[in-house]
Design a binder for this molecule. Structure first.
Ligand SMILES: [Zn+2]
Length: 1092
């Protein structure tokens, strides 16, 4: 069933049915799509194309004019603590989206094409660019020998200095091709050397082609943006003219992938493509023509491989710098866009990377903090989408945290009738609705239906056809805002009660013995003071309750009137019920004394326990029943240690079987056991009961099953293997504190609506899908993201673009029912080059990670990996075939926006769930799989490419964190200190020749040898600048990430170093999986196969 489709005439009442029992018709979906236009296309006269904010005549193009008034009407309230006014856009503000034509134009002529042409060995660009011209006339020698392969560099580009041929002991590459005709910019290393050049005035130009978009402002003179195929984005890459990827793909380099043998050397001889060859870049000749010898003026930094540096030793390993570098791409984006304002007034604008700090100014589209896309320019047709195989997906993080300098969401109240919505498709009032007929009617841009404007909402239009209260109403001018929901949107038409938190502590033998129970109880005494509260509220409205359990459950009455807490035991776990209503869920402030008393007593009460068996499903069931009885939603915090083997529903047995790894049955290791837990997930979601699970296992506990409920209820899963209070206590407590204080919404249902022509077809996340369109989340917190895949069901229009509206109905922590709306407009294109230009690698990899991790539930891991590689090759081959300039087949050409995609993809395939190694714990693999399912783009980016930060030469007087280096052993030095973190783990690595003074400063020990063997987990607090600096860097990272991380100090060559090395994702995987370099070569070969 299609919810977005345009329906002939669904009766209003029918549409009111809504979903999930909400009368308000939150999700009401039309029955069948009929893609005909209603009332014809929007009129150019008084209705700007959908998705565009129509600027006033006086405003600069692409900018909104200053608002008529910055005062919202009284029914608009500020949803946040800092009462910023709805900031009015100002033409003078340095918005991200504004640029100067001249800069752009000059960039156009000087800048490189949007491709990265790679040579496998292009190992140092040095090679490609500066080889002796003599090479050109010599055929490449045969390359059959792996032992001694000659690496022959290409001839230089015109005017380039020369150097001797280099030999690589590692490869049998032959770089024999000359640079492409006309492209004499042979020099620069490719790996992400953004020619970040002149401050990218062109930035905004990177967005949509302006032509034809009724930007009413001053004409965008000369901006036939659509013209040059490469917008500002693609300027980032130098033309890799001279870097033809000659030479066969790495035969004999330990490839993990099966594939055809490397082609013979003959295939790589490119002598026909000399500088004068007709196979140059005809279409770019005008722009890039003319020899450019040496560093390009206007490209700051010149070429890292300056001629002087090129004379290096003739024997040289492959230089990994020659292949695209994530750290470089990240750094370039920071330089280009860091600290700037990103205004969301331009349709289809590609935002800065997730790793860049920037400020968002909402001017009609949702902030990229809330929604990111795999591409910001959708293909117009399904055929085009199929041709390129670039997945079309949005990653939505509805409660993303906003920095303090960004305006919190406004809350709009449309009165008793509730938010104004399109009669047909139920889309909410938003900036894309087109007011017509003097303001009496509006046309929905999602389904084209013409609706009457309710009398109370009527407003006149200005001469531009825009309502005069445009700037006073967030729902007309902003990408994101909230509506107060009416009773129609509440369960049983009753306003919700505030949510509750229940703490459920496993008090079996191991948890008592480890000291965990006491640790939890002690912490809760202070932590409960910090329960999240509604902005402006004096105290938290969240109620709290306490349960302990082993084979039986103990409920506690902590009513404020009691002098002592009372315990009630339920031993019949088959028919779980809550033995008390009054006094179980209480207001913490009122019952503080009794709760303190209880928390003091719990560790002692079970101090002598010998009970080692536990139940689990009944514990969750008890929570659901408690919420049912109290008619509220909420969250269970469950602290559990072992597999539930006691006789009770949901009893589990050990089904871990490493023999299944790498077989067709491996998927069963990831599948939860059916039955009880499946039903429990349903019950939890129906009640708005989120489950956060803290696991403290000493052995296998069937995490795939135990975490099934959390992973369907928006919960988090934390795992502490072999927990010890001394080494893991602080780590766990940090997680608990973060978790408890997170801002979140409860009992949520999300619906994503789209304009006609495409629709949501699949959803990935810690969610529950009761039907195909409503995404149900018992709770959703600020770190959880849902990835939604879209497919075409008709042709999209370049003119009107594509719209999505994500509506999330939820209950606030204070018990308010709200609708949070995020709107986004995207471009549509019939040009593949435009689509690739607007791709976002970080989002793509989020989608691929989630889809692959779900796929392994149903098919062999190897199949999934094969699909990933094939799709990678296909996406890149399609670009090569359709968008790149003609060049030798031996060149690897990557779209600039995706040049580091292969690194991420290779890293993904080496992650525990996909690597298929018997050395990995089944529970760890299941844990990682489930954790990723709820991640946003930032988190998957970091997970798949950890930060490796050199600390040995850190500037202790600077605030800055040193720039990360590439995740490869190559980057480590014996005398170095490095910090590595990926959002889940954090290591301090000490080179074996670490300078004693650094060791002294950090550990108060005279040398490395004096440090304790094996693991170390803390840095002593020493009063010296280095110690303070390093600890502050670590603290900052711990603060920033959604989860806590346990610091592990490892010495080079000590055994624990293996744990660290598995995160060097550019290297060969410890448990299998290939190096980045080999992967790139493999992909290149696949691409060549596809192209022939
Ligand atoms: Zn509509």
């Amino acid at each position: 069933m299609s919810q977005q489709g345009y329906v002939a005439a669904p009766p209003y009442s029918q549409a009111q049915q809504g979903m999930g029992g909400y009368q308000g018709g939150f999700g009401a979906a039309p029955a069948q799509p009929l893609y005909v236009h209603y009332g014809g296309p929007p009129q150019a006269q008084n209705a700007p194309p959908t998705g565009m904010m129509k600027p006033a005549a006086s405003s600069p193009a692409g900018m909104l004019p200053p608002p008529a008034s910055t005062q919202y009407n009284p029914n608009v309230q500020q949803n946040g603590s800092h009462p910023q006014r709805y900031a009015s856009p100002s033409a003078a503000s340095p918005t991200y989206g504004h640029s100067s034509h001249s800069v752009y134009n000059s960039m156009t002529s000087a800048a490189p094409p949007p491709t990265q042409q790679l040579t496998n060995q292009m190992s140092a660009m040095n090679l490609g660019g500066y080889a002796p011209s003599a090479m050109q006339s010599h055929p490449a020698p045969p390359t059959s020998s792996v032992a001694q392969q000659h690496f022959q560099a290409q001839p230089p580009a015109m005017g380039q200095p020369q150097m001797s041929p280099l030999q690589s002991p590692l490869t049998n590459f032959q770089a024999s091709g000359p640079p492409m005709g006309g492209q004499s910019m042979a020099g620069p290393p490719m790996g992400g050397q953004s020619m970040a050049g002149p401050p990218m005035g062109g930035q905004s130009m990177a967005g949509p082609p302006m032509g034809g978009q009724s930007m009413a402002g001053p004409p965008m003179g000369g901006q036939s943006m659509a013209g040059p195929p490469m917008g500002g984005q693609s300027m980032a890459g130098p033309p890799m003219g001279g870097q033809s990827m000659a030479g066969p793909p790495m035969g004999g380099m330990g490839r993990a992938f099966p594939g055809p043998p490397p082609s013979g050397p003959g295939a790589f001889q490119q002598h026909g493509t000399g500088p004068n060859s007709p196979s140059g870049y005809p279409q770019q000749a005008g722009q890039f023509g003319g020899p450019m010898s040496g560093p390009q003026p206007g490209m700051p930094g010149g070429f890292p491989g300056a001629p002087g540096a090129l004379a290096g030793p003739p024997q040289k390993k492959l230089d990994p710098d020659s292949i695209p570098s994530i750290t470089q791409v990240i750094e370039d984006d920071k330089v280009r866009l860091g600290g700037q304002v990103f205004s969301t007034n331009i349709r289809g604008q590609v935002p800065p990377l997730v790793t860049t700090d920037f400020t968002v100014h909402d001017q009609g589209n949702a902030s990229p903090r809330f929604i990111r896309c795999t591409t910001y320019s959708l293909p117009c047709t399904a055929e085009l989408a199929k041709q390129c195989q670039v997945p079309l997906a949005f990653i939505i993080k509805p409660f993303a945290k906003l920095p303090n300098n960004e305006t919190p969401l406004y809350v709009v109240n449309h009165g008793e009738t509730g938010p104004i919505r399109c009669n047909r498709c139920k889309a909410y009032m938003c900036p894309y609705m087109q007011f017509i007929d003097g303001g009496r009617r509006y046309q929905c841009s999602f389904c084209n239906c013409i609706n009457e404007v309710p009398v109370f909402y009527f407003q006149h239009l200005d001469h531009m056809g825009r309502r005069v209260d445009f700037y006073e109403r967030p729902e007309l001018s902003l990408g994101s805002y909230e509506f107060d929901a009416t009773l129609d949107y509440c369960k049983n038409n009753k306003p919700p009660n505030p949510p509750a938190y229940i703490f459920m502590i496993d008090v079996s033998y191991s948890n008592i013995k480890s000291g965990l129970v006491k640790l939890i109880c002690d912490e809760l005494k202070t932590l409960l003071e910090k329960l999240p509260r509604e902005d402006g509220a004096e105290a938290s409205a969240i109620k709290v309750g306490f349960v302990t359990y082993n084979k039986v459950l103990h409920f506690y009455n902590v009513k404020s009137a009691l002098a002592q807490p009372q315990m009630m035991v339920v031993s019949d776990t088959a028919e779980m019920f809550v033995p008390l209503l009054d006094g179980f869920l209480v207001n913490y402030q009122d019952s503080r004394a009794v709760i303190y008393n209880l928390l003091d007593q719990i560790p002692d009460m079970f101090a002598d326990t010998s009970e080692s068996e536990t139940v689990f499903a009944p514990v969750i069931q008890a929570g659901v029943e408690a919420f049912k009885a109290a008619e509220c939603s909420g969250k269970l915090f469950i602290f559990h240690s072992s597999m539930p083997t006691a006789e009770a529903p949901g009893k589990l047995k050990n089904r871990d079987d490493k023999k299944l790894v790498s077989t067709d049955k491996e998927k069963t290791l990831f599948q939860p056991q059916k039955g009880v837990y499946e039903q429990l997930s349903k019950d939890c979601v129906a009640q708005g009961c989120c489950v956060d699970l803290f696991l403290f296992p000493s052995q296998y506990l069937d995490l795939a099953t135990m975490a099934d409920v959390p992973s369907h209820t928006g919960g988090s899963i934390h795992k502490y293997n072999n927990f010890q209070v001394e080494t893991d206590g602080e780590h766990f407590l940090r997680d608990l504190r973060k978790d408890l204080q997170k801002s979140l919404g409860f009992d949520a249902v999300m619906r994503v609506r789209t304009s006609t022509g495409f629709r949501a077809t699949d959803v990935f996340g810690a969610v529950y899908m009761n039907n195909t369109t409503d995404v149900e989340m018992a709770a959703v917190d600020c770190d959880k993201a849902v990835t939604v895949e879209f497919k075409h069901d008709d042709t999209l229009s370049e003119e009107t673009g594509a719209l999505i509206q994500c509506a999330l109905l939820y209950t606030t922590i204070g018990g308010q029912r709200r609708l949070r709306i995020h709107n986004l407009s995207l471009n549509c294109t019939s040009q593949l080059s435009e689509l690739y230009k607007c791709c976002e690698t970080d989002s793509l990899i989020n989608f691929f990670a989630k889809s692959a991790y779900r796929a392994i539930l149903n098919q062999p891991v190897k199949n999934v990996s094969d699909i990933l590689v094939n799709q990678t090759a296909h996406m890149l081959a399609c670009y090569r075939k359709n968008c790149a300039t003609p060049s030798a087949a031996s060149q690897l050409i990557l779209p600039d926006s995706m040049k580091v995609f292969p690194v991420y993809m290779n890293s993904l395939m080496k992650t525990a769930p996909l690597v298929g190694s018997t050395e990995l714990s089944t529970d760890d693999r299941a844990h990682q799989r489930l954790s990723v399912m709820g991640m946003g783009v930032e988190d998957t980016q970091l997970q798949l490419y950890p930060r490796l930060i050199p600390l040995h030469d850190v500037d202790v007087s600077s605030e800055a964190v040193p720039a990360p280096v590439r995740c490869s052993e190559e980057r480590l030095t014996d005398s170095g200190l490095f910090l590595l973190e990926n959002g889940q783990s954090i290591f301090l690595w000490l080179g074996q020749a670490s300078p004693p003074d650094l060791i002294q400063s950090l550990f108060n020990a005279p040398s490395l040898a004096h440090l304790q063997q094996g693991h170390m987990f803390t840095l002593p607090e020493l009063d010296n600048p280095l110690s303070k600096k390093v600890r502050s860097i670590i603290d900052e990272l711990l603060e920033k990430r959604p989860n806590s991380m346990k610091l592990q100090v490892v010495r080079q060559r000590d055994k624990p170093e293996m744990l660290f090395r598995q995160f060097l994702v550019e290297d060969k995987g410890l448990h299998g999986g290939t190096s980045y370099m080999d992967f790139l070569c493999y992909v290149h070969r696949e691409i060549r196969q596809l192209l022939t």
